[in-house]
Write a protein that binds this ligand. Structure first.
Ligand code: ATP
Ligand code: MG
Length: 447
């Protein structure tokens, strides 16, 4: 942790804006995430500025600059400089959170302290100017050093004002591998039900952020009760014993291990989170006392469909997650022809993600037959890599003949065209015919 922020990282243009406000007699500071990131030695995403100038005054100070006023009702003027945008926000408080989300009104104020007090966490509530140093009224630096996310003020009150802050706390804790400070954590457990007031899209966006942490497992376990509020589908997995030699953890313990073990990319992390979600409802115990989960894959894909639709997940991501969940337990082909057919059916994108999911799933299970499972997966992966390097034909689009070619050879327009093209593709995948125009036409008996 740096004792002082490294002011050399501040873009020249940003500092010019702050100093211009100051030259006009206003207060102006860098604030929030960028101060936190500077103190941590990270590269900030954006450089937010706060000021005592009212929005109209800010506009006047930056006459001649390109300005966007979309946030002006909340005090924010976006000033463009050097190809980047700087949000300059008037000191403000927020009031009357009657719906547990955005405030009913904001009030512009003249004191920096009030503006810092409205912010969510101590580490996000610091201001900085290179010639004056860090303004830290709530112990943000100390919390950064200790690695904790702590609400500014009374956590219960702050989460009551805006329930989204609970998810933000978990997202920041995960991103920086911090702990949520105990009183703040307790308030999250108590206020978790307020998440029902938050729009699905905003919840989903935070959820993706939480799942992008290097290792979300600890937080998924600590705040399982909160995740059950937004994803009740997960709850039956908590503590669900599997009674199966392939598993040495309950369903939820296994799930969070798999989440950690896939790369931090939303589709894969979501697929890991949901891959076994249907298990508890499909559980049966045989005479030997071994647990089975027949058909859990289809049940899991039904539940993930339901959950992601409710959270207003975009269709592309949802379809990809569902496809991964459906494929996560399939027997993988172990021959070149089998792999080509599999790639053609599932698409190369899904197959490369599936390899990550499968490896993580195996590593999240008990050591029972682990070597054998990994060997099979490695063999499959090697065949996939070889096939992709070869760059052979895997789709109808890559075939050297098209519907037009077939019509030119007298095949009438209609479903027969599609049938013939599919037969040609299957011939190529099986190695029965080369992907060459004349060879394909001969193979289809069309010459
Ligand atoms: P990131 O690097 O992810 O952008 P950030 O800290 O900049 O992190 P933003 O969401 O961009 O986070 O918000 C900017 C600042 O505004 C925060 O640092 C915080 O001070 C304040 N803030 C944002 N959302 C809230 C909220 N819901 N309640 C209170 N303060 C908030
Ligand atoms: Mg930000």
């Amino acid at each position: 942790m740096n004792c002082e922020p490294n002011s050399e990282r501040i873009p020249e243009e940003g500092l010019t804006l702050v100093n211009r406000l100051r030259a006009m007699g206003y207060e102006a500071w860098f604030v929030g995430g960028c101060v936190r990131d500077l103190l941590m030695g990270n590269e900030p995403n954006d450089w937010d500025i706060c000021t005592s100038a009212k929005p109209e005054q800010t506009k006047a100070v930056f006459e001649g600059y390109r300005i966007h006023e979309t946030g002006i009702k909340h005090g924010t003027v976006l000033v463009m400089s050097g190809g980047a945008g700087y949000e300059i926000t008037t000191y403000r408080t927020e009031q009357d959170y009657s719906d547990h989300r955005r405030p009913d009104r904001v009030e512009f104020i003249s004191e920096l302290s009030g503006d810092l007090a409205r912010r969510d966490f101590t580490v996000n509530a610091m201001a900085y100017h290179p010639s004056e140093g860090v303004v830290d009224l709530f112990g943000g630096r100390n919390d950064l050093e200790r690695g904790v996310i702590r609400a500014v003020g009374d956590p219960g009150e702050r989460f009551g004002e805006d329930a989204l802050r609970m998810l933000r706390a978990i997202r920041f804790a995960g991103r920086f591998s911090f702990a949520v400070e105990p009183v703040t954590a307790q308030a999250i457990h108590e206020k978790r039900g307020d998440l029902r007031y938050i729009a699905a899209e905003r919840i989903f966006s935070e959820l993706k952020g939480i799942l992008s942490a290097p290792k979300p497992s600890g937080l998924l376990v600590e705040f399982a009760d909160l995740f059950a509020e937004i994803l009740p589908e997960l709850e039956p997995m908590f503590g669900f014993a599997q009674h199966n030699p392939h598993h040495d953890g309950d369903c939820w313990q296994h799930t969070v291990r798999v989440v950690d073990a896939v790369p931090p990319e939303p589709t894969l992390r979501l697929a890991a989170l949901f891959h076994d979600v249907g298990k508890p409802t499909c559980f049966t115990l045989d005479e030997q006392g071994i647990g089975h989960f027949y058909d859990h894959v289809r049940q899991s894909s039904r539940l993930v469909h339901q959950a992601l639709n409710r959270l207003k997940c975009d269709k592309e991501t949802r379809m990809a997650v569902e496809a991964l969940v459906l494929a996560h337990d399939q027997t993988l082909p172990q021959t070149p022809v089998g792999v080509r057919r599999y790639l053609a059916k599932q698409g190369t994108q899904l197959v490369s993600q599936l390899i990550f999911l499968r490896r993580a799933d195996i590593l999240g299970q008990s050591s029972e037959r682990r070597e054998e499972k990994l060997e099979q997966l490695n063999r499959f992966e090697a065949l996939v890599t070889a096939e992709l390097e070869r760059g052979g034909c895997l789709t109808l689009e890559q075939l050297e003949i098209s519907g037009t070619d077939l019509m030119e050879h007298g095949v009438p327009a209609g479903p027969e065209l599609g049938r013939l093209l599919k037969a040609a593709l299957n011939g190529v995948l099986d190695g029965a015919v080369a992907n060459q125009r004349d060879a394909l036409l001969a193979y289809l008996h069309i010459m």
